[in-house]
Ligand binder design. Structure first.
Ligand code: PBG
Ligand code: ZN
Length: 335
């Protein structure tokens, strides 16, 4: 067959036959500085509990145990963590989640002070939500009938945010999904003198997802009645996800987030195309568990599938990655 009978214009392999020409087909660089590692800190002392459904991840007490855990990771290039407070003592939980902002009761506040002292270069984000601190396990303050009292909730979330800023947080990351809390938090930070120093990363497009299952064990933050479907977004909704991101950007968010990540890649692209902010994706606990357990069972290769999962998020538009695979990625990524 001579070349003029041949549909040579439809042949693609030639463009990526060499490793270098393959690398020109899309930007696949992910930097260690784009990773955020979730850290669970407890109200206990001198304890480290492995989180069963998240092998390799631990509930850490906010003392030397936390420092010893972070030290090798920081040496390998860890730049940012996100702190989650965990109350293992249920008696500390109440209707308004008062322990969250209490200097002596809050594991997050204790950790902030400790980490700022021991790791001055580390950037510290704090998840802000009430579910780990409320007796009912919902993410806000409720009316007597159990429904969310939005006005009281955002007041309380703003209080908690300010207390984290005062203790040394660099980034406030509200995950509660109450309406208009970004504006309320921004105002509290400004009034408290942190307006130009502390960033707000909004869990803007956060869906009501079954992929959070392992996390609720990790943070002991499951709802005691009902579910979160009246404040987290319906998984089928594209328009609400976009409205939430646009609204939070308008209220002053410095970063927006899509969560979960892998199953919601179309939303990542949609938000990226419409919101002019750096975008973070949360590869959540269930996504970690899927990849981890599938590779442990020999069904796929851990390193290749983790790298591919992040690369695809980047292609979809993600700039910043929250992932439980951060310790492994610090070994695998070159920079
Ligand atoms: C708290 C919160 C959750 C996650 C992050 N912050 C759980 C939830 O909303 O039920 C999930 C993270 C994960 O699954 O890794 N609001
Ligand atoms: Zn919550």
């Amino acid at each position: 067959m001579s070349s003029d009978q041949f549909p040579f214009n439809h042949y693609l392999h030639s463009g990526y036959a060499h490793p270098i020409t393959r690398s020109w087909q899309g930007d696949s660089t992910i930097l260690k500085s784009q990773l955020i590692y979730p850290i669970f800190v407890t109200d206990q002392s001198n304890t480290k509990n492995e989180i069963k459904p998240l092998p390799g991840n631990y509930q850490l007490s906010a003392d030397q145990v936390l420092v010893d855990f972070l030290t090798p990771l920081v040496q390998k290039g860890l730049r940012t963590i996100i702190l989650f407070g965990v109350l293992l003592n249920n008696e500390s939980k109440d209707l308004t989640g008062s322990a969250a902002s209490n200097d002596t009761a809050s594991p997050v506040i204790k950790s902030l002070k400790l980490i700022r002292q021991n790791f001055p270069q580390l950037c510290i984000a704090c998840d802000v939500c009430l579910c780990a601190y409320t007796s009912h396990g919902h993410c806000g303050i409720t009316h007597d009938d159990g429904s969310i009292n939005n006005a009281e909730s955002i007041k309380r979330l703003a209080e908690v945010s300010l207390s984290f800023a005062q203790a040394g947080a660099h980034i406030i990351a509200p995950s509660d999904m109450m309406d208009c809390r970004i504006g309320a938090i921004k105002k509290a930070l400004f009034d408290g003198g942190f307006g130009s120093k502390v960033a707000v990363m909004s869990y803007a497009s956060k869906f009501a997802s079954s992929f959070y299952g392992p996390f609720r064990d990790a943070a002991s933050s499951g709802a005691k009645y009902g579910d979160r479907a009246c404040y987290q977004l319906p998984p089928a909704s594209r328009s609400l996800a976009l409205r939430a991101a646009l609204r939070d950007a308008e209220e002053g968010a410095d970063f927006v987030m899509v969560k979960p990540a892998g199953p919601y890649m179309d939303i990542i692209r949609e938000v990226k195309n419409n919101v002019n902010l750096p975008m973070c994706c949360y590869q959540v606990s269930g996504e970690y568990a899927m990849i981890y357990h599938a590779s442990a069972a020999g069904a796929m290769d851990l390193k290749t599938s983790v790298l591919e999962s992040l690369l695809c998020l980047k292609r979809a538009g993600c700039d910043i990655f929250i992932t439980y695979f951060t310790p492994q990625l610090l070994e695998w990524l070159p920079l």
